[in-house]
Design a protein around this ligand. Structure first.
Ligand SMILES: [Zn+2]
Length: 94
């Protein structure tokens, strides 16, 4: 018997991360952060600010749907909510 794949197969969802009170998309293809509410506000990974931001979060995977979620390293424990499936769980900063 074949198992059904439950992986999400729709359009690609970009990981998000909240840094300095702003939520950004992390776009690895374009190598930039983009403000979720203002996509014209983009910060290149190679810029000074972008390089600093890259050091200030780590990525976890939603246990329900596999979406990557960026978690800021500025506090030791976070409740993370998945933007795609709504699942929430607690992670500890490394
Ligand atoms: Zn999810």
């Amino acid at each position: 018997m074949k198992e059904k794949a439950i992986r999400y197969c729709g359009p690609r969802w970009l990981p998000r991360v909240r840094l300095y009170g702003v939520e950004y998309f992390v776009d690895e293809r374009l190598r930039e952060f983009r403000d979720v509410t203002n996509p014209h506000d983009a910060i290149g990974f190679g810029s000074d600010r972008g390089r600093t931001m890259l050091r200030e979060f780590f990525v976890v995977e939603c246990r329900e749907c596999g979406l990557e979620i960026g978690v800021s390293t500025d506090t030791c424990e976070h409740t993370v909510g998945c933007a795609r499936c709504g699942h929430s769980f607690t992670v500890r900063a490394m």
